[in-house]
Design a protein around this ligand. Structure first.
Ligand code: PLP
Length: 409
């Protein structure tokens, strides 16, 4: 086993060797500009982009022409929210989103608030789920857009996107989903789920950083967006700028590989997560699991018959009462994880996601997000259990808990 151990796969992932190999020729040998229509260099680059576009579209049951390449999911989320709101401003000025969304959705929504739009932020239950009735109540005849994510990046909660999409269709409102954390890991089908706009990014699925895509529905309804970048009119005028051909090729390959290993990887990660959770909970008192309880699993990691799982297979988010998350991170330096206070801001405010779930501030400050991924092994999980248990015990001895009101309430 090699140290340090990487267990932060919601933040980013290493590029898969098969992805890197697919990308390499497009840096030097096949370096053309995909927009060069007059020579073979351009045609080759365009053919490679077309193949990746088809791979990404197929993975969400879309058509290749509905895929717009961007620099990543932040840009995709900005283009979807700002672009749709500004385009349909005449129809209405109301947007609905959720308290547990990523900043890449919350911040453009706040910007739209400054531009005269009204934004409703839906509350979630303690697992991070949005009740469809709450969404139905929030939609008015002025609502033009709903933006709710597929799966949460901190607690791994999977939204019932199909129900949300059906509701939006019924009310005639556009539905955008930030599908970053769930894409290629859990079923995602823009047709079956009634999704009109979907943001995805390569670097969370073992592809390169700096490349993403936005799915934009072309019929039933045809979604129109006002661009946020102007220039050469690439990507049907929705996103000007020379395409990142090697990145796009890598994104396509990453999707193909991820789909191939999806079932097996989900089973493996569920087993590792159960091992990590059970190991930590049996070594330490006063540890809370944040987010949805995962469904019961069989010995091979598949879901037991009749079980549903509303949590990403690789996600575990725990609060260690009486211990500062930041101090714990220092105590387990050779394991790369995230704390609930560090991920959103430098100001050490507790995570807005945990707050939305009703986790008290002290427990939000003591939370750690474990993001298991392709490279992790049972041996690494066992080392993590031991290291975390040792560090938490030491920190608790240094600053003993004075009763812990949050734990008993
Ligand atoms: N949305 C979610 C849910 C994320 O987890 C991330 C990653 O941090 C983003 C959006 C932003 O993606 P990118 O890094 O590609 O801009």
């Amino acid at each position: 086993m090699k140290l340090p151990i990487y267990m932060d796969h919601h933040a980013t992932t290493p590029v898969d060797p098969r992805v890197l190999e697919a990308m390499l020729p497009y840096f030097s040998e096949t370096f053309g500009n995909a927009a060069s229509r007059n020579h073979v260099f351009g045609w080759e680059a365009e053919a490679a982009v077309d193949e990746a576009r088809a791979q990404i579209a197929a993975a969400m049951n879309a058509s290749p022409k509905e895929i717009v390449f961007t620099s990543g999911a932040t840009e995709s989320d900005d283009l979807a929210t700002l672009g749709a709101a500004r385009m349909y401003r005449e129809k209405g000025n109301h947007i609905v989103t959720g308290r547990t969304e990523h900043r890449a959705v919350l911040d453009p929504c706040a910007q739209l608030g400054k531009e005269g739009f009204e934004v409703t932020y839906l509350e979630t239950d303690r697992f991070g789920q949005i009740a469809p009735e709450r969404l139905a109540e929030a939609i008015t005849d002025r609502t033009i857009l709903v933006s709710l994510m597929l799966a949460n990046n901190e607690v791994g909660t999977i939204h019932r996107v199909g129900r949300i999409g059906a509701l939006c269709k019924e009310k005639g409102v556009l539905f955008h989903t930030d599908a970053v954390q769930g894409f290629t890991k859990i079923p995602f089908d823009v047709e079956a789920m009634g999704v009109d706009l979907a943001s995805v990014t390569a670097h969370k699925i073992y592809g390169p950083k700096g490349v993403g895509a936005l799915y934009v529905r072309s019929k039933g309804p045809r979604v129109r967006l006002l661009p946020i970048l102007y220039g050469g009119g690439h990507e049907r005028g929705l996103r000007s700028g020379t395409l990142n051909v090697p990145g796009i090729v890598g994104f396509g390959k990453a999707v193909a590989v991820a789909l191939e290993v999806r079932e097996e990887e989900a089973r493996r990660l569920r087993l590792l997560r159960a091992r990590l959770r059970d190991g930590i909970l049996s070594s330490l008192p006063d540890v809370l699991v944040n987010g949805s309880p995962p469904g019961r699993i069989a010995e091979d990691g598949s879901l037991s018959p009749g079980e549903e799982d509303w949590r990403l297979p690789g996600n575990l988010n725990l609060s260690f009462a009486g211990v500062e998350g930041e101090a714990l991170l220092m105590g387990i330096r050779d394991i790369a994880v995230s704390s609930g206070s560090a991920c959103t801001s430098a100001s050490l405010r507790p995570s807005h996601v945990l707050k939305a779930l009703g986790v008290p501030d002290d427990l939000a400050h003591s939370s750690i997000r474990f993001g298991l991924g392709r490279g992790n092994t049972a041996e690494e999980v066992d080392y993590t259990i031991e290291t975390v248990a040792r560090a938490v015990k030491r920190l608790r001895e240094m600053a003993p808990m004075r009763g812990s009101p949050s734990m008993s309430s």
